[in-house]
Design a protein around this ligand. Structure first.
Ligand SMILES: N[C@@H](CCC(=O)N[C@@H](CS)C(=O)NCC(=O)O)C(=O)O
Length: 204
């Protein structure tokens, strides 16, 4: 079975996060660029692979993987030589999972609340919504990154790759509480010095 990862990609999508990850782990990969303006991600041949019609999507060893943090976690395990995930019997694996899931389960919806100017949830509603609120999410991430330099301390993992990319996306969208916060600015700037990140954006 082919070791090559088939990577369905568009430059203005979360696929850029997976591109960085593919460079970090040194996986052999083939890029299939879909033109989102032409709606190629909603074409029947792609919907047959990912019925959500969303990017990123990868196919590896005959299996389709979607959802950015799942793809990242999968690649970290499929290409373990890169050392981007704590071993399954290492207690740090718990923290690693925590932040991967926190990114999609809490940070993304809380950030969208702010971007879409959805009314803040209060009381029981806030308690029911798994992501709580934007302020609590950012305070939690600040605490997690203090003293740093990574979510798991000295060890850079795939969770950092994901969370720093999500934070950078929020900054790019002008979400308050991100840009100008030394913890977040420093974290993103440091990680973006990584050669794999630079390769993924064609800067080296
Ligand atoms: N839960 C998915 C979200 C993927 C997603 O929404 N991707 C966007 C681009 S960033 C997309 O493909 N949108 C096209 C559409 O839904 O029409 C993930 O984490 O990867």
């Amino acid at each position: 079975m082919s070791e090559e990862v088939t990577f369905y990609y568009s430059p203005r999508s979360r696929a850029v996060i997976v591109h960085w990850m593919l460079e970090e782990v040194g996986a052999p990969y083939r890029v299939v660029t879909l033109d989102m303006e032409k709606r190629e991600h909603k074409a029947p041949d792609f919907l047959a692979i990912n019925p959500m019609g969303k990017l990123p999507t990868i196919v590896h060893r005959g299996v389709v993987v979607t959802e950015t943090p799942a793809i990242i976690a999968y690649l970290a395990d499929a290409f373990p030589a890169a050392g981007l995930a704590p071993a399954t019997d290492d207690p740090a694996r718990g923290a690693y999972y925590r932040w991967l899931f926190f990114g999609s389960g809490c940070y993304e919806p809380a950030t969208l609340d702010v971007m879409l100017k959805r009314a803040p949830l209060e009381g029981q509603q806030k308690g029911m919504a798994g992501w709580g609120c934007h302020e609590d999410v950012l305070a939690t991430l600040k605490t997690a990154l203090t003293p740093g330099p990574h979510l798991l301390g000295d060890h850079f993992t795939a969770a950092d790759l994901y969370i720093s990319s999500e934070l950078a996306w929020g900054m790019m969208m002008g979400v308050p509480g991100l840009k100008g916060e030394p913890v977040f600015d420093g974290y993103i700037a440091r990680l973006r010095e990584r050669p794999a990140f630079k390769r993924s954006i064609g800067a080296s």
